[in-house]
Design a protein. Structure first.
Length: 353
C-alpha cells in the first residue's frame, strides 16, 4: 500500500512538471507558478469510480470496435460502401434510411428535349433497423483481477469483439444471398462427380459457366461480381484444378484466384439451402440432411453496410457482495444488405444419387 502511494505521488509530480512546462511555453506564463498549481491540483481527491468508470468504458469500447474492424478486414465485406455516418437513433432504435441504399436517377442519352424532366430520388422513406449483437456477460472475480499473471480483462475484451465480428459476418453473408431461384437471382445445383461418401455432387467449372449464362440471359453483367465459395466448393475447385487447370491455383496458399469474370473469395460459414427446392434456410435454422452450405454470389457495388453504436455494460464486484465478481459484456449494431433483389445468386451442392 505504501509503495503504491509513493509511486502515485511521484507520478503526479512528474506529470505536473512535464505538462506544466508545456503549458507554460504555450501560454507564456511563468513556469514555476503553473507547475505549482498543477502539482497542488493533482492531490485533490476525486470522486471514486466516476472518472475511472468513464475512462475505462471509453477505452474498452474503442478496443472492441478496433478488434471487430481488424477481424472483418480482408473478408467478403471489403469494398462494400460503408454508410455508417448515416445511422441515426439511440439505444434500441438504431436505423438507416433506405434512401441511402442506392437510389439512382434515370440517365438520358443524346437528349434533345428541354427542359429536362425532374425526378425525385427520395422515394418512400423506409427506416431499416440495424441488427443488434449482444454478448453474454463474462464474470471476472476480484481474485482473478489482482492475482492472475495475465491480463484477463484484455483477453475478455478481445474475445467479445471477435465473437461479435464473427456473427456479423455470418448474418451478412446470409443477407447477401438470394432467398430462392429467380431469373435475376439464379440458384443452381452442382453437377460434378459424387463425393466418396455419396452425400453430394462436386462443384465443376462448368457450373460457374452456367451461372454466367444465367446472368447473361437476365441482362446482368458478371464483371464486378464476387463469388464467396463455401469450404466444400473451394476443395472441389482445387481438385478440378489438379486435373485440368494446373496453372490457375496458388498451391502454396490453397487459394483459387479470380476466374471467369468473378472475384473469388471464401468463407467458412456460408448460408444453407435446401438442396432440392433451392430455397435458403432462415438465419439460425439448423440444417438437416437435405440442406447444403452454398456458394454465394453478389455485386459489392450493389450492396451496402453500416455500423451503429457499440456499448459496454459493466458491473463492479463491489456491487455484488455475495459473488464478489465483475461482469462485462457488449452490444453492437450492424447491417449489410444488397440494395436491390437482383445480381445475386448461389450454387448449392446437389444431393448424391
Amino acid at each position: 500500500m505504501k509503495t503504491k502511494l509513493i509511486l502515485s505521488v511521484l507520478f503526479s509530480l512528474l506529470f505536473s512538471v512535464v505538462f506544466g512546462g508545456v503549458l507554460s511555453a504555450a501560454s507564456g506564463l511563468p513556469a514555476v507558478p503553473v507547475i505549482s498549481v498543477l502539482a497542488f491540483a493533482s492531490f485533490i481527491p476525486m470522486p471514486q469510480g466516476v472518472l475511472g468508470a468513464t475512462v475505462y468504458r471509453e477505452v474498452w469500447t474503442k478496443e472492441i470496435i478496433k478488434t471487430v474492424n481488424q477481424f472483418i478486414k480482408d473478408t467478403f465485406l471489403d469494398g462494400i460502401l460503408d454508410l455508417s455516418r448515416y445511422v441515426t437513433g439511440d439505444g434500441e432504435a438504431q436505423v438507416i434510411h433506405n434512401t441511402y441504399f442506392g437510389v439512382q436517377p434515370d440517365v438520358l442519352i443524346n437528349n434533345t428535349t428541354y427542359p429536362i424532366d425532374v425526378q425525385a430520388l427520395n422515394g418512400s422513406d423506409v427506416p431499416i433497423s440495424l441488427d443488434k449483437y449482444q454478448t453474454k456477460a463474462t464474470p471476472i472475480t476480484d481474485d482473478e483481477l489482482y492475482a492472475l499473471s495475465y491480463d484477463k480483462m484484455g483477453i475478455v475484451k478481445t474475445v467479445h469483439g471477435e465473437a461479435i465480428a464473427e456473427n456479423r459476418l455470418k448474418k451478412a453473408i446470409h443477407a447477401l444471398a438470394p432467398s430462392g431461384n429467380t431469373a435475376k437471382t439464379p440458384v443452381i445445383a452442382t453437377t460434378g462427380a459424387e463425393t466418396p461418401d455419396g452425400s453430394r455432387k462436386r462443384l465443376k467449372w462448368e457450373d460457374i459457366i452456367t451461372m454466367r449464362e444465367k446472368y447473361a440471359a437476365a441482362g446482368i453483367a458478371v464483371d464486378g461480381m464476387r463469388m464467396v465459395l463455401c469450404p466444400d466448393h473451394v476443395n472441389d475447385l482445387l481438385l478440378e484444378d489438379s486435373k485440368l487447370f494446373k496453372t490457375l491455383t496458388d498451391w502454396k496458399s490453397g487459394v483459387v484466384p479470380s476466374q471467369l469474370g468473378f472475384e473469388l473469395r471464401s468463407y467458412i460459414a456460408n448460408p444453407y439451402f435446401n438442396a432440392t427446392t433451392l430455397a435458403k434456410l432462415s438465419f439460425g435454422t439448423l440444417p438437416q440432411a437435405t440442406d447444403k452450405m452454398a456458394t454465394v454470389i453478389f455485386t459489392p457495388k450493389l450492396a451496402r453496410k453500416a455500423s451503429g453504436l457499440t456499448k459496454m455494460y459493466f458491473s463492479e464486484a463491489k456491487t455484488d457482495p455475495l459473488n464478489q465478481r465483475n461482469l462485462i459484456n457488449f452490444r453492437n449494431y450492424f447491417i449489410a444488405l444488397p440494395t436491390i433483389n437482383e445480381a445475386i445468386g448461389a450454387i448449392v451442392s446437389a444431393p448424391g444419387e
